[in-house]
Write a protein that binds this ligand. Sequence first.
Ligand code: HPA
Length: 271
Amino acid sequence: MYKQVMDTVKFLEKKVNNRPKIAIILGSGLANMVDFIEDKIEIEYKDIPNFPVSTVAGHDGKLVFGKIGNVEVVAMKGRFHFYEGYDMKKVTYPIYVMKQFGIEKVIVSNAAGGSNDTFVPGTLMLITDHINAFGTNPLIGPNDDRFGPRFPDMTEVYKIYLRDLAKEVADDIGIEYREGIYLGNTGPTYETGAEVRAFTRMGADAVGMSTVPETTIANYLGMDVLGISCITNMATGIAKKAHSHADVVEVAKKAGDNFCNWVVNIVKKIG
Ligand code: HPA
């Protein structure tokens, strides 16, 4: 895989002059964030050698290079989900590419269900830690030491200094947020009520179908991660009605203004 990754990196280096240090992964309904990026250069996933292609509704697949203020960034508009049928290496492939491209910090976002019953739809949750309930791990298989260690430490996957910075920014600009633990499971089914009760007892504040694979790899590769969940619905059993993907995207879009404002100011502060 190392050679594949380097080929993708070479392609991107030829294509863009930008050399961002910050990447932003946009979850369902949060893609409007790219409107805040200036001097955009967009590259569709299908045109990038060795990149998987995203299939789910609400996910446009492209890399968007540009600037927020004076800060160069690259955004992933659309990500790859395990439930789409990609194996974990494909799901996390862009993270390997970003690292070799020079990215040092990754802001990951997602739409998630609130399993903490004090949350309401529209809540933004700073992710403090995660629970991997995918039943697999993206690092299973032979380890390539050029990427990272065989047994990566997971003590501080979501960096405290980035969380502190995000909190300062939120206080400065008046964004309300909660903090909590994100549990990732495979989907594509939403959780059963019994699963949500079990996950809540395990400590999950939010449940979703992404983020855990990418942050696991970012941490393995030595990148600093900041994670934000947009709580689009209360999780099964807490919610009063059945879930729909359309509702999820709708609520994420509504909370999107706050999300974008927060992330824009976080990026500027990181500099
Ligand atoms: N469960 C899993 N993933 C989700 C949810 C949910 O309730 N809402 C948005 N993504």
